[in-house]
Write a protein that binds this ligand. Structure first.
Ligand code: SAM
Ligand code: SF4
Length: 346
């Protein structure tokens, strides 16, 4: 063997699969909505009487696993399961258990979910057993009556019991709250302090114009710039460099010692660093939350595509990821995107 034949320790033996879009951004984060159904009807998310999808249109658990695994094979390192409410999907824990093989193999860094928490008490210990280390729980208020109103019937006590069960199982919890002008604006500091006292991070989200609902979103919209100014009148907020490739910017609150995320899709453009794509429960891939772009991966797999053809379809869709979103909350205007957050997955 000549010195030229000797394998160099630096030389890659095979190319590492990476999904790069047409603007050079690496896509390493996939969110998968496993169902459009939910046991709650949050006022900013769903209409009171939703028509849910026929079962035949929804990907089976095996199809969800196959598509998610194709993305993981192409370099996705973080997978978030969401919905609708993921924990109401029958057989959901089987999917989590199956996907956890990618954690064990080292292909995936993180398997996580976003949940409304109503069924967490039941599932927290299994989630921990299958390698889920962190979850997001959505909770917009600490007032049981307001919670019932905002979710159209939800029981706050169940959500709090679920959060406690997750923490007891060793799962880190981030509390997500949508900032709503008339409903929880005055309570946001209490909610943040409550989360931080339990060792949870908190994140506030601006209401986004996704899907037709009964109310005018301009009535609900509360700018997080205003919320931040209000919090700074009694707390010390310091920007911290915690990047997730998403729309959240983070601050540390000196008085609570906790971290607060601010998700401001409307007043802050976050598209340059976007590393994520979203798969709906019907197998449609959306590469931008704020645009109507879509690729039908269900059609690809139901037409009998082999793994290679599925990977080609995934790469083609990611390549066409738009440069940026197109949100705008203008009075009486149609939503920027017709699909609901419960379809796309938050
Ligand atoms: N059911 C789960 C939950 O509520 O956490 C997961 C799905 S839910 C669609 C994901 C997140 O989207 C939640 O935190 C929810 O508050 C948020 N969300 C729903 N509709 C929204 C909207 N129009 N604007 C901003 N956030 C929204
Ligand atoms: Fe259900 Fe989550 Fe939408 Fe609320 S935000 S209605 S819990 S999917």
């Amino acid at each position: 063997m000549t010195p030229h034949d000797a394998p160099s320790p630096q030389a890659p033996t095979r190319s590492t699969p990476v999904l790069i879009d047409g603007f050079g951004r690496a896509v390493t984060y996939l969110r998968v909505s496993v169902t459009d159904r939910c046991d709650l009807r949050c006022v900013y998310c769903m209409a009171e009487h939703m028509t849910f999808l026929p079962k035949a249109q929804v990907l089976t658990l095996e199809e969800l696993d196959r598509i998610a695994s194709a993305f993981i094979g192409q370099g996705v390192r973080k997978l978030r399961l969401t919905g609708g409410e993921p924990l109401v999907r029958k057989g959901f824990m089987g999917l989590v258990e199956s996907l956890s093989r990618h954690l064990r193999s080292g292909a995936l860094d993180e398997l996580t979910l976003t949940t409304n928490g109503t069924r967490l008490s039941e599932f927290a210990s299994d989630l921990a057993r299958f390698g889920v280390r962190r979850i997001n729980v959505s909770m917009d208020t600490l007032k049981p009556d307001l919670f019932r109103k905002l979710t159209r019937g939800g029981d706050l006590a169940k959500v709090i019991a679920g959060i406690d069960a997750a923490l007891a199982a060793g799962i880190a919890v981030k509390i997500n709250a949508v900032a709503l002008k008339d409903d929880n604006a005055a309570e946001l500091a209490d909610l943040i302090a409550w989360a931080h006292a339990r060792g949870c991070d908190a994140t506030l989200i601006e209401a986004m114009p996704l899907g037709e609902i009964e109310v005018d979103r301009t009535d609900q919209f509360l700018s997080l710039k205003d919320v931040r100014r209000d919090l700074e009148s009694f707390w010390t907020l310091t920007d911290i460099d915690h990047q997730t490739g998403g729309p959240a910017r983070y601050v540390r609150i000196a008085e609570t010692g906790g971290r607060l995320g601010l998700i401001t899709p409307l007043s802050h453009n976050f598209c340059e660093a976007c590393n994520r794509v979203r798969l709906t429960c019907t197998g449609t891939l959306h590469t931008c939350l704020g645009r109507e772009d879509a690729s039908d991966l269900r059609a690809v797999i139901r037409a009998g595509a082999d793994d290679e053809a599925l990977i080609d379809a995934v790469r083609l869709a990611v390549d066409a990821k738009p440069k940026g979103h197109d949100f705008q909350i203008a009075r009486a205007s149609a939503p920027a995107v017709a699909r609901h957050m419960s379809t796309t997955g938050g």
